[in-house]
Write a protein that binds this ligand. Structure first.
Ligand SMILES: [Zn+2]
Length: 233
């Protein structure tokens, strides 16, 4: 099921962080996205048609008695992720928005994290589960904002879980993990979890080193079929 707001909104979203490093621009020409490049007339067209469009399948609680998040809430987080991933030519789009059973939320244990996605095939796209509560399984009852989770019995199967307390940058951070990144120490990196005020979170990015690693991961996932680019409309 296509979600109209996701597609139309993504198209009309201004690119607020157009700055692109030389590394990113060069890497982009190196092959990951060049195969998808089409004959286009303007720079904006090139950007829109050359991006690798990655579908995001969202599972969210849609129960009036247990509201966790809204589509606008998720959209804000997706928009921020897209601003940060533009530098490597990846654009995320909501492919579907599906209900999450109340029985599956909240998520307090490793078994419950496994149970969210254990029955599903995660090939081709990124699956994101939005839950009202996500407990730190290493230090309960502390709460965390998000996690990139691997099914314990088959760690090739993985997905993202976000809690209702996650801020606007959390989805981009977890997608960084999805694209192979560990936590880092570079001050400007969104993957650096050390509390700091400079730069403020909205100015944190994927560093050139991280961009290179993500492009390699993207290439692997496209080659293996783990990710299947969505076709241009
Ligand atoms: Zn992390």
């Amino acid at each position: 099921m296509h979600i109209a707001w996701g597609l139309a909104g993504a198209l009309s979203t201004p690119w607020l962080l157009p700055a692109r490093t030389a590394d990113g621009a060069v890497a982009r020409e190196d092959g990951v996205t060049s195969a998808l490049r089409e004959d286009t007339r303007s720079r904006d067209d090139v950007r829109a048609t050359s991006a690798v469009r990655v579908g995001v399948r969202v599972f969210a609680l849609e129960d009036d008695e247990h509201p966790a998040v809204s589509r606008a809430w998720f959209r804000e987080r997706l928009d921020h992720a897209n601003r940060l991933f533009d530098v490597i030519g990846v654009r995320f789009e909501v492919a579907s928005w599906e209900p999450l059973r109340v029985a599956n939320a909240p998520v307090d244990t490793r078994a419950q994290r496994d149970a969210l996605g254990a029955a599903m095939n995660h090939e081709g796209q990124v699956d994101v589960y939005l839950v009202p509560r996500l407990t730190d399984v290493d230090a309960p009852p502390a709460q965390i904002r998000g996690v990139h989770w691997r099914l314990r019995r088959d760690t090739s199967r993985r997905w993202i879980i976000m809690s209702a307390i996650s801020g606007p940058m959390v989805l981009a951070h977890e997608l960084g993990h999805f694209f192979s990144l560990p936590h880092g120490a570079e001050p400007t990196s969104i993957m650096n979890k050390r509390p700091r005020s400079n730069p403020p979170w909205e100015q944190r990015v994927f560093t050139p080193r991280e961009q290179t690693a993500m492009i390699a991961a993207l290439t692997r996932m496209l080659d293996s079929g783990r990710l299947t680019p969505r076709k241009a409309r």
